[in-house]
Ligand binder design. Structure first.
Ligand code: PEP
Ligand code: CO
Length: 498
């Protein structure tokens, strides 16, 4: 059965040139509010209609001319992704909405200029591939791999200022906006950072594409996607065991001549995503796709609206309703069921399956109480969405040292509630959204490495929220995989749920 699934899963690269059509006609770039509206709505949408609404969380630049000149430059730059790729992702997500695929979305909370290098990109990509294998093997269904990578820079903040020893400065808002160092120069928003973020995004996706198509992401390398810290951890050992089984299976089907050199075994499918936060930047990459005659934000394949910017009448929702990319909606315990239904309706009036992914982040306890109401309201409204759990953002705590952390147990508990609620409601748990890295950092406590508050100081590198390290990520994948097996075989009695 496992082999059949591997065979039929359509894997191709990020993204094989032979499968991508030429999509963009540079001269079709939209600039003014007179563009043809692309969706049915009472008000007309254009790439800059968001400017008529209230925009929260945008940085204030001191030099408007400098900002305008940067935006003009970005406007002239090539897109980072192609619309056809985003369309294909939407098709895959439609499968997840129907319970026939599982979304694995992960990467940094905030990409940074400092941590930008080939090894970091490769290591995060590799752990996502490894987790994908674990989930695919357990769930016996395709795993859609999407990185919080190649553009995940801007951060929404709960307040505008940070105070230390009597000094008050603007908060850090991500490397595309200002610097982490606590001094006035670094914390002052600088538009030139947007150009640097663009260049880093392009270089990152370039390497991801190379890995995905150039052999690194090949399924037959499954046993080689490993490194010291996973090799010598419990999760690493389990992964090695599973990889040998996959290897043997591939050897067998290749011996009988079924998949030799097929793209399924030689390439990996991978997409990019980030929070749609910095609207002037996103507008620069919003281009009319000449194939479909609709607008895509070509800064990433998938964009999500954050918990702090999802107001129904806000600028972010206005912008997102007009782009055709698949979209995510973050939902905390503050999300009201009716509000969610309205938001989905604004963003997806035609109820296109695969377009909307709801990313639930509310902690285990809230999940048990609130998620059923969200699921029922969406179902009553006849809306099709992909339900995903983000067990990170509702579980952030402060360690005695002042460092922000998350406990592996709390993350696991939230994932468990997510599966339990879907089981109870007869709906589909469609995926997981994680803040994670391929590095051996010490940012989240717990897991089989039993990291404690005292360990946090040794390798705490995140620029924003704490991430699962490689070993914790893989360990979580095995836990979720077990749950997917349970769902698949329905053998409640023979498997102890985590
Ligand atoms: C995030 O995903 O990094 C984030 C800020 O999430 P949320 O909007 O859910 O707080
Ligand atoms: Co975060």
């Amino acid at each position: 059965m496992a082999l059949t699934r591997i065979l039929i899963q359509p894997i191709f690269a990020l993204h094989s040139p032979d499968r991508s059509k030429p999509l963009l006609n540079p001269s079709s770039r939209a600039t003014v509010a007179t563009d043809t509206p692309i969706i049915t709505s009472t008000t007309k949408w254009s790439v800059d209609s968001w400017k008529t609404k209230k925009a929260l969380q945008l940085p204030e630049y001191s030099d408007q001319k400098d900002l305008d000149s940067v935006l003009q430059t970005l406007d002239s730059f090539p897109p980072i992704v192609f619309a056809g790729e985003a369309r294909r992702l939407e098709e895959r997500l439609c499968e997840a909405a129907m319970g026939n695929a599982f979304l694995l979305q992960g990467g940094d909370c905030a990409e940074s200029f400092k941590e930008f290098n080939a090894n970091n990109i490769r290591d995060t990509f590799r752990v996502i591939l490894q987790m994908g294998v674990v989930l695919m093997f357990g769930g016996q269904m395709p795993v859609i791999k999407v990185g919080r990578m190649a553009g995940q820079f801007g951060k929404p903040r709960s307040g505008p200022f940070e105070e230390k020893n009597g000094v008050k400065l603007p908060k850090y808002r991500g490397d595309s906006i200002n610097g982490l160092a606590f001094d006035l120069k670094s914390r002052t928003p600088d538009p030139q950072r947007l150009i640097k973020a663009y260049c880093q995004s392009v270089a990152t996706i370039n390497l991801l594409r190379a890995f995905a198509t150039g052999g690194y992401g090949a399924m037959r390398r499954v046993a080689q996607w490993t490194r010291d810290f996973t090799k010598h951890s419990e999760a690493g050992d389990r992964y090695q065991e599973l990889a040998s089984r996959v290897d043997e299976a591939l050897g067998f089907i290749s011996t009988i001549g079924m998949i030799k050199d097929h793209p399924i075994t030689t390439t990996a499918e991978f997409w990019t995503s980030h929070e749609c936060l910095h609207l002037p930047y996103e507008q620069c990459f919003t281009r009319l796709d000449s194939t479909s005659n609709v607008y895509y934000d070509c800064s990433a394949h998938f964009l999500w609206v954050g918990e702090r910017t999802r107001q129904l009448d806000g600028a972010h929702v206005e912008f997102l309703r007009g782009i055709a990319n698949p979209l995510g909606i973050k939902a905390s315990d503050k999300m009201d069921p009716n509000e969610l239904v309205k938001l989905i309706d604004i963003l997806n009036p035609q109820n296109k399956p695969g377009r909307i992914t709801i990313v639930i982040r509310m902690g285990a306890e809230n999940m048990r109480v609130k998620l059923p109401h969200l699921i029922r309201a969406v179902r009553r409204a006849g809306q099709t969405v992909t339900w995903v759990t983000n067990p990170m953002h509702g579980n952030t705590i402060e360690a005695p040292s002042g460092l922000r952390t998350r406990s592996f147990d709390a993350i696991m508990a939230e994932v468990r509630e997510f599966f339990d609620v879907h089981e109870q409601e007869g709906s589909y748990p469609g995926g997981v959204h994680l803040e994670m890295t391929g590095q051996n950092v010490t940012e989240c406590i717990g897991g089989s490495q039993a990291l404690t508050f005292d360990d946090l100081g040794s390798r705490y590198h995140t620029h924003c929220d704490p991430r699962l390290n490689a070993s914790q990520s893989l360990e979580l994948a095995f836990i979720i995989s077990k749950r997917l097996i349970k769902r698949r075989v329905g053998a409640k009695q023979s498997l102890s749920p985590f």
